[in-house]
Design a protein around this ligand. Structure first.
Ligand code: CMC
Length: 434
């Protein structure tokens, strides 16, 4: 295997070291390219660019492999809890029983939000998207817990912020839902585990206490674990980029939530259900919408399909599809959108357009079916993704801050604007309005 790559440019040859990961991925280190040659690389969408070295998550898109700290997600989905998986991602190893007990206890201690923050919910119009509320509230935590936004927190302080975020995000989400339906807030409970506690805050009311259904809690636990990290995706890269300016963890994660909101990223779970509802209302005409998704004149895409990295299948989608089937069977729900999603997948996977471009169902294709069955409203689906992704964002921010080679993120550009020309006084500018 090559140990270096040679670049010949303007009669100069420079040697760039080759970096190989423990799993064998290869990279050409071009960090000296600009200073030695004056050239930069141009890579829109960063399709060929490694932005950092990371020890958190390993992903092989060709083989459909995803591991957190070396452990296959299939095993974590089967055996772990979301709290334990969060510990694994953030601290780099599975916790001992006493470490897990301490970590879980801290979740309980930090599950409330400052009472004054409840006023925030009153100020938003009822039509506000919950991702807007979540992002603002996470950033606002910095005002209520200011002691924790030092540039260089101690390990103990960092652990406290991490747990606060993981625990409070659940409370903020449930409160924003209760506000949107005009019901009183339900406070977190000490005696409930992470997912049942969330479900109770969402769905209990003074007149109707929520009965935790094990299968529902199980399905949500699996979803949260499968969303917990996905290496340098759009929102995690945003968290790292914002954090690279030494912005505090709250601010960095708030930026990550905004990036996740987009329908090409975490907002896709909402977009998938909206698409399925539209196709269903239009008579389940699968062929019509497959044709539309292939039509380059149309902006319609098959939401929940395709991925920058996965080229064969998304291992998360495989687990989620089975989880959706199991949950609906256990709850005795027949959701026509699940049948429709399966038909779309079947037709797409036989179609050369999708096959040749290696477009397969991604994590968002079936997750919405589960959220619907649980009773989570459509516009909160991306929020569920955000709750799940929280440990990954925290782990990446921590890793970046602890890495002495981290620099402020600041890409270059190739300028395509006007060449230099002089300022024109306003009375002579009419020629600009062509
Ligand atoms: N439906 C129809 N055509 C598609 C789709 C789709 N869902 N996705 C990609 N293509 C086509 C695209 O038009 C292009 O065709 P051509 O080569 O003829 O120009 C080709 O496939 C490559 O697509 P791309 O947009 O260059 O690929 P990308 O790696 O930049 O984008 C993606 C990845 C996920 C943004 C894209 O596949 C997409 O828009 N999918 C739908 C939205 C979605 O489900 N997003 C959730 C992603 S998984 C959750 C997460 O982690 O973010």
């Amino acid at each position: 295997m090559a140990e270096s790559a040679k670049i010949n440019i303007d009669g100069k040859e420079i040697e760039c070291p080759v970096v190989v990961s423990i799993e064998g991925e290869k990279a050409i280190d071009i960090s000296k390219l600009r200073t030695t040659t004056g050239y930069i690389t141009l890579d829109p969408g960063f399709g060929n660019t490694g932005s950092c070295k990371s020890a958190i998550t390993y992903l092989d898109g060709e083989k459909g492999i995803l591991r957190y700290r070396g452990i296959p997600i299939e095993q974590l989905a089967e055996y772990s809890s979301f709290v334990e998986t969060s510990y694994l991602l953030i601290h780099g190893h599975l916790p001992t029983q006493s470490e897990l007990d301490k970590f879980s206890l801290a979740f309980n201690e930090h599950s409330m939000i400052h009472e004054d923050m409840k006023n925030f919910f009153d100020a938003y119009p009822s039509t506000t998207h919950p991702m807007a509320i979540l992002s603002a509230m996470i950033c606002a935590l910095s005002a209520y817990y200011p002691g924790l936004i030092k540039e260089d927190p101690t390990q103990e302080e960092f652990d406290r912020i991490a747990v606060q975020l993981l625990s409070k995000v659940r409370t903020i989400t449930a409160f924003s839902y209760k506000k949107s339906i005009g019901e009183p807030f339900v406070y977190p409970r000490y005696d409930l585990r992470y997912v049942p506690n969330f479900l109770n805050m969402m769905f209990s009311s003074p007149t109707h206490p929520y009965k935790i259904v094990d299968e529902v809690a199980h399905a949500l636990r699996v979803l949260l674990i499968l969303h917990a990290d996905h290496e340098q995706n759009c929102s995690t890269s945003s968290v790292r980029l914002v954090g690279s300016s030494h912005a505090n963890l709250y601010a960095s994660i708030s930026a990550g939530i905004c990036a996740l909101w987009g329908p090409l990223h975490g907002g896709a779970n909402q977009a998938v259900i909206e698409m399925l509802e539209m196709i269903h209302q239009d008579g389940d005409n699968v062929q019509k919408y497959i044709a539309k998704a292939k039509d380059k004149e149309s902006s319609f895409r098959l939401m929940g399909f395709g991925h920058r990295v996965y080229r064969n299948f998304d291992p998360r989608a495989k687990i989620i599809k089975k989880c959706a089937d199991d949950l609906l069977n256990k709850l005795g729900i027949h959701d026509p959108l699940l049948d429709l999603a399966k038909r779309l997948e079947e037709v797409a996977l036989k179609d050369d357009y999708f096959v040749s471009r290696k477009l397969y169902p991604n994590v968002d294709f079936y997750s919405g079916i589960i959220y619907r069955a649980v009773g989570i409203p459509l516009n909160m689906f991306p929020v569920m993704f955000a709750i799940g992704r929280m440990p990954g964002w925290i782990a990446h921010w921590k890793e970046m801050m602890e890495d002495p080679s981290t620099k402020i993120g600041r890409p270059f550009q190739i300028y395509t604007g006007e060449a230099k020309h002089d300022y024109v006084p306003i009375e002579q500018r009419s020629y600009f309005h062509k």
